[in-house]
Design a protein around this ligand. Structure first.
Ligand code: GLN
Length: 447
C-alpha cells in the first residue's frame, strides 16, 4: 500500500505543486524505489518500522547525505549534504519514505516563506495568501496533500505559525528532546526540529520516532523523564489574559469560542504572563546574535558559492554580499551590532536577562496549570506581498510563538476554526519541559 500511496502523492505534486510551490526538489525516483523495497521486505515478513506507511517531506535545512541542500539560499547553490541529520536517520530507520525537500525562508529567517531565494510558496487554502514561515513549504506540503507529514524547524514559531496559517498540526518539541545534529543552525539555543501532520496520532507518531538522546548533539537529554499521565479531562488549562490591541478580531472571537469549548471539558484558570511584551525584542536580539555567529562559516571557501575578489577580504565580501538575501543580511548586521564590545551589555546581555524573566513567567504558571492556551498568531494568514517590505510588522506576527522558544518548553498548533473567508485559525497549547503528552491530550478537547 505504501507504493500506491507514494505514487498518489507524487501525482498530487505533479498536478498542483506548480501552483503551490511547496517543494524545492521532489525525489520521485528515490521515493518510489524505497517504497517498493520496503513493501517487498514487509511482505516477506520483516517487522515494519513505526513509520512504515508514512510519506514525509523535509525542510531544506536538514542534511540528507548525497542530496542537495540549500536552506533556500543562493550561497549554498549546488551544495550536497555530506552526512545525514539524526532526525532524518531516525525517520529512515523506522521505514518512512522521504518524498522531497521543501521551500523555506532563507536560513529559516522569516514568517511567510517569501524570503526564499527561489520562489514564494502559496497557501494551499487560498493561493493569494502566504503559507507562513519559515517552514512554509513543509506546512503547505501537508495541507495540500503532498505527503502525510513533514519535518520543519522552529526557532521562534516556524513550525507552529505556518501550521496555523495552513490549518494543520505543528509541534515545537521541548528543547533538547530532538537532536539538532545535521540541522543547519540559525539560533542554536532556540532551534528545534518538529513535525507537521493532519492528525494528533500522526504528529505523535513522528515525534516518538525522532525524539531521544543523540551522542552527536550534546544538548539532547540523556533520558527524557516520564511525566505523570493525564487524560484531557484531567488537565488544568491556563488561559492567558493578553493585550488584545493589534489582534485580529476574528482570531480573538475564535479564541473565545475555544475557551468556551474547553471549559466544558477541562478545568481552566485565567493566568498572566506579565513579561510577554518583551518577548519579540528579546527573541530578535538573541536569535540574530547567534545567527551572526552561526552564519560566519559561509565564507565561500568552506561551503557553496564562491565569488572571486582581488584579495581574501574582497572575496568574503563579494561571496556574502551576493549569496545572502536582504533579511539574512539584516539579521547578521543586527546580531553583530548587539554582540559588539560597545553594545554587548546594553543589548545582548540585557536580552539574556529578559529571557530569564520570560522563562520565569512560565515556571510560575506551571506551578498551577498543566497547559497554557494562547492563539498561535495574532492574525490569520496575510496576503502575499503584504508585509515583505515591513520587517517589523512581520516580526510582530511571532508574538505568541517566540516566548516558548526562549523558555525552551514545548508547544503545538491545533487547527481550530476559520475566518469568514475560509482562512484557518490556530490555537496554541503550551506545556512544560517533556510534557508533549499533555499537548496531545489538550488537542483532543478541540476535535
Ligand atoms: N519568524 C521567526 C523569525 O523570522 C521565526 C523563525 C523560525 O522559527 N525559524 O525569526
Amino acid at each position: 500500500m505504501i507504493v500506491e500511496k507514494t505514487a498518489r502523492y507524487l501525482e498530487n505534486i505533479k498536478k498542483s505543486d506548480d501552483k503551490i510551490k511547496a517543494f524545492i526538489e521532489v525525489w520521485e525516483y528515490d521515493a518510489m524505489e524505497r517504497a517498493k523495497r520496503l513493501e517487498i521486505e514487509v511482505k516477506n515478513g520483516r517487522t515494519p518500522g513505526r513509520l512504515y506507511g508514512y510519506v514525509v517531506a523535509i525542510k531544506d535545512n536538514m542534511l540528507y547525505k548525497g542530496k542537495s541542500i540549500t536552506a533556500a539560499s543562493k550561497i549554498l547553490e549546488n551544495h550536497i549534504s555530506a552526512y545525514t541529520a539524526t532526525a532524518i536517520e531516525r525517520l529512515l530507520k523506522d521505514d518512512a519514505v522521504i518524498i522531497g525537500r521543501t521551500n523555506m525562508d532563507e536560513f529559516a529567517m522569516g514568517s511567510s516563506t517569501e524570503n526564499s531565494s527561489y520562489f514564494s510558496t502559496k497557501n494551499p487554502v487560498n493561493t493569494n495568501y502566504v503559507p507562513g514561515g519559515s517552514s512554509g513549504g513543509s506546512a503547505a506540503a501537508v495541507a495540500a496533500d503532498f505527503s502525510d507529514v513533514a519535518l520543519g524547524s522552529d526557532t521562534g514559531g516556524s513550525i507552529r505559525q505556518p501550521a496555523s496559517f495552513c490549518g494543520v498540526y505543528g509541534l515545537k518539541p521541548t528543547y533538547g528532546t530532538v537532536s539538532r545534529y545535521g540541522l543547519m543552525a540559525f539560533s542554536s539555543s532556540l532551534d528545534q526540529i518538529g513535525p507537521f501532520a493532519k492528525s494528533i496520532d500522526d504528529i505523535k507518531a513522528v515525534y516518538d520516532v525522532i525524539k531521544g538522546y543523540d551522542p552527536k548533539d550534546s544538548t539532547t537529554y540523556k533520558t527524557i523523564p516520564d511525566v505523570q499521565e493525564k487524560k484531557y479531562s484531567e488537565l488544568k488549562i491556563g488561559i492567558v489574559d493578553f493585550d488584545t490591541n493589534a489582534m485580529d478580531k476574528g482570531v480573538q472571537s475564535n479564541f473565545e469560542k475555544a475557551i468556551e469549548t474547553i471549559s466544558k471539558i477541562s478545568k481552566t484558570k485565567r493566568i498572566k504572563l506579565p513579561h510577554l511584551k518583551y518577548a519579540i525584542s528579546t527573541y530578535y536580539i538573541i536569535s540574530s546574535s547567534e545567527a551572526s555567529s552561526n552564519l560566519s562559516r559561509f565564507d565561500g571557501i568552506r561551503y557553496g558559492r564562491y565569488v572571486e575578489g582581488a584579495d581574501i577580504n574582497e572575496s568574503y565580501g563579494k561571496t556574502r554580499g551576493e549569496g545572502f538575501g536582504s533579511e539574512v543580511k539584516r539579521r547578521i548586521i543586527l546580531g553583530t551590532y548587539s554582540l559588539s564590545a560597545g553594545y554587548y551589555d546594553a543589548y545582548y546581555l540585557k536580552a539574556q536577562k529578559a529571557r530569564r524573566i520570560i522563562k520565569n513567567d512560565f515556571v510560575e504558571a506551571f506551578k498551577d496549570v498543566d497547559v497554557i492556551m494562547l492563539p498561535t498568531t495574532p492574525t490569520p494568514a496575510f496576503k502575499i506581498g503584504e508585509k515583505i517590505n515591513d520587517p517589523l510588522s512581520m516580526y510582530l506576527n511571532d508574538i505568541f510563538t517566540v516566548p516558548v522558544n526562549l523558555a525552551g518548553i514545548c508547544a503545538m498548533n491545533v487547527p481550530y476554526g476559520k475566518s469568514y473567508d475560509g482562512l484557518p485559525y490556530g490555537i496554541q497549547f503550551i506545556s512544560n519541559n517533556f510534557c508533549e503528552s499533555y499537548l496531545f491530550e489538550a488537542a483532543k478537547c478541540l476535535l
